[in-house]
Design a protein around this ligand. Structure first.
Ligand code: FES
Length: 156
């Protein structure tokens, strides 16, 4: 059992199912600012994963940046499994739908399109995040539907 307060809080809030790993890491990093080795090992133990697996997932936290971003930050996995599963078509569909390139934000400030490293959903690629929400087994049509879902949320 971890003695780290942030990790304990994150686990109490999100649990230790695999889909909770990203929210837990995000919570911990928001409090700790970085994932120390012993903390990474505690996360791995809590999730029944190896520290290297957790580290692989945590690398996408290179996106803890200070640049202004859209309300919805889309991060498409660019790592090999998702790449081979059709990540390029996903990026093309998003570029076409949002009319922005990777690294850019739509003029209305709603969406930022980014690529990221493996998020641990390799077996269900292509995968992407929209803020904290994970989307898997994507195709060019489904990503357009995802974008539309967030647009519709804004209208409510
Ligand atoms: S390679 Fe895309 S989630 Fe792992």
């Amino acid at each position: 059992m971890t003695t780290n307060k942030s990790l304990s809080e994150a686990i109490a809030k999100h649990g230790t199912r695999r889909e909770s790993l990203l929210p837990v890491l995000q919570y911990v990093i928001s409090k700790e600012r970085w994932l120390k080795e012993d903390l990474l090992e505690d996360v791995a133990a809590a999730f029944g994963m190896s520290p290297s697996e957790v580290y692989g997932v945590a690398t996408f936290y290179s996106f803890l940046d200070t640049e202004p971003r859209g309300r919805y930050v889309i991060r498409v996995c660019r790592t090999i499994s998702c790449d081979m599963a059709g990540k390029s078509a996903i990026i093309d569909a998003l570029k076409n739908e949002l009319k922005v390139g990777v690294g850019e934000t739509t003029p209305d400030g709603l969406f930022t399109l980014l690529e990221t490293n493996c998020m641990g959903w390799c077996h269900q690629g292509p995968a992407m995040l929209v803020n904290d929400d994970v989307y898997t087994e994507l195709n060019p049509e489904s990503v357009v539907a995802v974008v539309q879902k967030y647009r519709n949320m804004e209208k409510q």
